[in-house]
Design a binder for this molecule. Sequence first.
Ligand code: XIL
Length: 391
Amino acid sequence: MNPTHMKNMTRSLGFGGCTLLASATAVVFQFAAAAVPATPALRAAFADDFLVGAALNPAQIDGRNAHAGEIAARQFSTLTAENDMKWQSVHPQPGRYEFKAADAYAEFAAKHDMKLIGHNLVWHSQTPAWVFQGEDGQPATREQLLKRMRDHIQTVAGRYKGKIKGWDVVNEALADGGPGILRDSPWRRIIGDDFIDQAFRFAREADPKAELYYNDYGLENEHKRSNCVKLVRGMIERGVPIDGVGTQSHFQLNSPSLADVEKTIKDLAALGVKVMVTELDVDVLPSRGNMGNADISRREQADASLNPYAAGLPDDVQEKLARRYADLFGIYLRHRKSITRVTLWGLDDGQSWLNGFPIRGRTNHPLLIGRDLKPKPAFFAVLKLGQASRP
Ligand code: XIL
């Protein structure tokens, strides 16, 4: 590859001008030594396979971080609001809806020919306490909470009707352990186990054309996976309108195993629903255990030894990350008939929630694009696989 070629390629990737040249030269030669592709963007490379997306934040779509916005539009065919469509953002107080931030994602998606994913309608986290309260400090009654849920879904899903490809209708309802299948959340305590069915029925009523998804983390764990299969099978048998299941896929470098990743996709696909990878990232930092538990309320004690890459990711780990992503996308491509979308949980490492979870203030490197907004070896490893998959 000659220097002019390289310059054109890095420019057309949407990552900007020649400053990228030196670093890209090294990684491209290492991971994508083949011919210069005509359209070197993930969304084009995977166009015949599945949608590829990223979770975005307000600064990336409203022009404050215009360069990041350009990269997102160039590289991805779908976007999810990282926080701005959650209950606490769109419906902070009883009867008061705030759609300014959420609307901006719909506009950005339309402008850049990207599909918009709604995240999410019913969840136990990032939902204000008033939602579960009744009169005089008592918990809400089943009837009160069902009405609140229906009003919320009608208003929010109704607003984006025709603009949204699909909704994460219920997020993280499964328990991580213990005897029951479902998590002991206020939704379940107050309404009962049928809160999930009800949410999906309300969502279909509010937007009959949007795809409706159940979304959760840790489905690569055998116990949780089989519970998810039971849950979704039951919904299908009861005639509940569900179109797909999202496996969030908050992964580590060595966990879960590739076999478990693949088994999860196969088991979900066997239910006859669409399968989506909805929040992919690969945590490269050491952990205290609890791997695969992405419950946002989980906190671990800080310790300097758990933040080893504050000055940058060493080459050998960078390479491991690229291999991990290549292995994962290899599986996704093998199951492209069942997988309709792969979304990364963030555009670049600087934005990633894993800098703050489960320990605040660390420097993580879990995505395909660095905090300098330049593509990492993992990016080129994934791009190369996508290009090789084209007929
Ligand atoms: C995370 C966001 O990335 C953070 O910015 C926020 O502080 C907490 O929530 N599972 C989900 C996502 O379904 O909504 C979570 O997003 C990450 C775990």
